[in-house]
Design a binder for this molecule. Structure first.
Ligand code: ATP
Length: 473
């Protein structure tokens, strides 16, 4: 059901339109002016249909203020020029008044459909520490995941998330919970693989005092702790068969029974499960109950491995690098070209988590202002060239080629060290030594004039540091 805001000052037209849209299952709100529409928060709707001429500001004023929500403009036959103007201002379309019902419904359906397609936008997720992050990546497979999250979250059904380790299954579970009507209630996350088999049933379902050796007091289980909210069972394929039977009862009857108790208790829990294993295959070998698999798999979300998300890898790396730099207070660290190449080509069996860890290593191990392949610790990589002594960099006339004197750009590129381009080298050297050297010394070491050093600083955005400097040149 879509939410539509009608902005129209003529009450008769407004209520006719409302009835028409409500008959077609839309939820409709009304406003008589732009001001009134703004007080209803137009960004909370899926579509705004506004008359062009209104008392006060014209309907087109809503286009920018409702964005990204599309605004459909209504106008009379007499003012087709203003309809064209409205389109130029960004209206999604216009309908001419008096409108033909079918035509209007068709336009509304088309605009809503387009919006739904565009809404494969990454969701925001709040982590347990209260920090908000946006899921990163825009490849088609991830857009499909985002759309699935948006549609599934409010539906209060069981969801099975499948994907290799580190692909973001827990992140998706959080997004589902946070976009659901249960968002204010608890989200309880349990990694079934991390709890010893002998303890998992009592952890999940609780136990009575004396139910087994060591049960010195009664205990509430995690399923009950999630009552009213969401239970996320990660690695559900590792759940022992007895616990599977109890879980099936929770899903079928909405009831739990603590270990050692004869009484059952009603619980209202939404279950989200995740696995990196194929539960169907496990069910063939008797390791997973097929009936539980069917209960879990009402909606399925498949997360692609990072190696299949080629276009996303460097984007994810940049965002995660930024975060790691902030965590370790090492602002301004960048990936060298070679490190970017390695990151792009690495198969990432541990997916985003592995990339996150590699970048963290890089931030900790990098000695200068560039992270090199070796710093990422991904196994054998090309040896890093040792920087000093610095090569002389020829002064570059404005507008001339980047290559040093007497070379073409191509031969220069060929001769470039595997890892550091001359520009990388320059940046690296200046940032590394500017605290200890004067401008004159820096220029001498680089084999360039002070003017050239200054010009390069400007071009590469490395301004001179302010404050006292030894021997300021
Ligand atoms: N699309 C993404 N955008 C940003 N961060 C991501 C994304 N996917 C995963 N991550 C990050 O990667 C790490 C691993 O994610 P998560 O724990 O959700 O994976 P998982 O599939 O549940 O792993 P496992 O199966 O090993 O438990 C987390 O730090 C998470 O924030």
């Amino acid at each position: 059901m879509s939410r539509i805001l009608i902005v129209e000052d003529e009450a008769i037209i407004r209520s006719a339109l409302r009835r028409l849209l409500e008959r077609h299952d839309h939820r409709v709100s009304e406003a008589g002016s732009v001001d009134e529409a703004l007080s209803l928060d137009p960004q909370g709707f899926d579509l705004v249909i506004s008359d062009l001429r209104l008392p006060g500001e014209p309907g087109t004023d809503l286009i920018a203020r409702a964005a990204p929500v599309p605004v459909l403009i209504m106008t009379s036959y007499a003012s087709m020029r203003s309809a064209v103007e409205a389109l130029k201002l960004g209206a999604v379309d216009y309908v001419a008044k008096p409108f033909d019902h079918d035509e209007l419904l068709e336009t509304v359906a088309r605009v809503l459909h387009q919006r739904a397609l565009q809404q494969g936008e990454p969701p925001d997720v709040t982590d347990p520490g209260g920090e908000r992050q946006t899921m990163i990546g825009n490849c088609p497979a991830m857009q499909a995941v985002y759309t699935r999250i948006r549609k599934t979250a409010p539906a209060d059904v069981t969801v099975l998330i499948q994907g290799e380790s580190g692909t973001g299954k827990e992140l998706v579970a959080r997004a589902l919970h946070q976009q659901s009507q249960r968002a204010a209630a608890p989200l309880v996350c349990v990694n079934c693989a991390a709890i010893p088999e002998t303890l998992i049933e009592s952890e999940l379902f609780g136990h009575e005092k004396g139910a087994f050796t060591g049960a010195s007091a009664a205990r509430t289980g995690l399923v009950e702790a999630a009552d009213g909210g969401t239970l996320f069972l990660d690695e559900i394929g590792e759940l022992p068969l007895d616990a599977q039977a109890r879980l099936l009862r929770v899903l079928q009857e909405g009831e739990i029974r603590k270990i050692g108790s004869v009484e059952t208790r009603h619980v209202d829990v939404r279950l989200i499960a995740a696995t990196h294993r194929d539960l169907r295959v496990l069910s063939r070998t008797g390791e997973f109950r097929l009936d539980l698999y069917y209960r879990l798999n009402v909606m399925q979300i498949d997360l692609p491995p990072l190696r299949d998300r080629e276009d996303d890898i460097l984007e994810i790396a940049d965002v995660l690098l930024d975060k790691a730099c902030r965590r370790h207070e090492r602002d301004g660290l960048r990936l060298s070209r070679a490190a970017r190449r390695v990151i792009r080509d690495f198969p990432w069996p541990g997916n985003v988590r592995e990339l996150e860890n590699a970048l963290e290593r890089g931030v900790i191990l990098a000695e200068g202002h560039l992270i090199h392949p070796d710093d990422l610790g991904l196994g054998p990589t090309t040896p890093r060239p040792s920087p000093p002594p610095p090569p002389a960099i020829e002064p570059i006339a404005p507008g001339s080629d980047e290559a040093p004197h007497g070379q073409t750009a191509e031969t220069a590129a060929d001769e470039e060290e595997e890892d550091l381009s001359l520009e990388d080298y320059f940046q690296h050297f200046v940032l590394e030594h500017q605290d200890q050297m004067s401008e004159t010394e820096l220029a001498q070491k680089l084999g360039i004039s002070r003017k050239c050093l200054w010009e390069r600083r400007q071009r590469l955005g490395i301004p001179r540091k302010k404050g006292p400097r030894r021997n300021a040149g």
